[in-house]
Design a binder for this molecule. Structure first.
Ligand code: ADP
Length: 194
């Protein structure tokens, strides 16, 4: 299986690139942010819980997030591989993912991180907020909290997979096609050498 973690700060382009990557590699896309927004839209208990955290730009607690992710993976036994978008965002999530995949006889193939400067992220997210209807993209203070949370809680996940020889940094500024080209070059290299 090709199990990719698409990594990077909020606004780095993970969702956009994930759409292109699933078309190319024919693998399942799981975005924990999209899953939470779906639950929120349906006012489920999980959605209401997630909303408390998301509206402040904080992470939803690990036990909630990990359970939801596992359910989604278990619902797709036919998947030939998975792009994890927005997960894992903490070391606890990364360890849980490794154990979970191990129990299925598979593992994380690689983590590809999109590198984008903070000020560019803020501009992109405020721009997206004008059309996305996402409350967390309409408030600069919430955007800055999300970037801070990423630095403190999420960047250690890059190092965690680097210790396993799996992390790669990809410059995330340029056209969508340029960045897609960089990502596919990196992924194809890993794919052919694995
Ligand atoms: P972005 O990367 O632009 O912030 P996402 O859609 O990935 O957007 O995430 C939106 C929000 O959903 C996050 O700010 C967080 O509150 C919540 N969330 C998403 N994924 C996770 C996760 N793996 N762990 C905890 N919270 C998460």
């Amino acid at each position: 299986m090709l199990n990719l973690i698409l990594f990077g700060p909020p606004g780095s382009g993970k969702g956009t690139q994930a759409d292109n990557l699933i078309a190319r590699y024919q693998i399942l896309h799981i975005s924990t942010g999209d899953l939470f927004r779906y639950e929120m839209g349906n006012d489920t208990p999980l959605g209401l819980k997630a909303k408390e955290y998301m509206s402040r730009g904080e992470l939803v607690p690990d036990e909630v997030t990990i359970g939801m992710l596992q359910n989604k993976v278990n619902a797709h036994p036919e998947a030939r591989g998975i792009i994890f978008d927005g997960f894992p965002r903490t070391i606890a999530q990364a360890k849980a993912l490794d154990e979970f995949l191990d129990s299925k006889g598979t593992s994380v193939t690689a983590l590809v991180a999109l590198d984008v400067p903070d000020e560019e992220l803020v501009v992109r997210l405020l721009g997206r907020g004008k059309t996305s209807g996402r409350a967390d993209d309409n408030d600069e203070a919430v955007i800055r909290t999300r970037i801070d949370v990423y630095k403190k809680e999420t960047t250690p996940v890059f190092d965690y997979y680097q210790d396993q020889g799996k992390s790669q940094m990809i410059p995330g500024v340029g056209t969508i096609d340029e960045i897609f080209g960089r990502l596919t070059n990196a992924i194809d290299d890993i794919y052919t050498s694995s």
